[in-house]
Design a binder for this molecule. Structure first.
Ligand code: SF4
Ligand code: SF4
Ligand code: SF4
Length: 127
């Protein structure tokens, strides 16, 4: 929710949250329990999405190590979506790439990412 708020994700018009939380139901010895996965782009060291984008919208930022993008030359071809093993890329309502950018603007302003800020257990953190 914090991510959607931070990024103004337009879920009402079909945009996908940049961070997804999945629930896994486990059943052992008659006991049911739940495990949760919080997934977004993991900012790969060698990002397949960067290699897949012919117009060069995606790039590995040398300073932060984050995989960032610009939408100006994005033509919505979807090649990056197919290349990402995490399923971490989607298109916005304008047909342009959207993915986690590590809240780079917040970080440049000396703040931690929105998802990290609200995580009550410390499962999300910034190295
Ligand atoms: S979008 Fe996918 S392939 Fe690209 S850096 Fe993130 S996890 Fe890696
Ligand atoms: S959808 Fe945009 S960012 Fe993704 S590969 Fe195509 S042009 Fe590049
Ligand atoms: S770092 Fe920012 S953009 Fe990435 S998942 Fe967290 S809140 Fe969303």
């Amino acid at each position: 929710m914090a991510c959607m708020d931070e990024k103004n994700t337009d879920v009402e018009h079909g945009e996908r949250a940049l961070r997804q939380v999945y629930t896994e139901e486990l059943c052992r010895g008659g006991q049911v329990s739940f495990r949760f996965h919080s997934d977004s782009c993991i900012h790969c060291r060698v990002p397949a999405c960067v290699a897949a984008c012919e117009p060069g919208c995606l790039y590995k930022d040398a300073e932060s190590g984050l995989v960032l993008y610009d939408t100006v030359s994005c033509d919505g071809c979807g090649q990056c979506l197919k290349s990402c093993p995490m399923g971490a890329i989607s298109l916005d309502c304008d047909g342009k790439i959207q993915k986690c950018d590590g809240c780079i603007e917040r970080q440049r302003a000396g703040k931690i990412p929105a998802c990290v800020r609200v995580c009550p257990t410390g499962a999300l953190y910034l190295e």
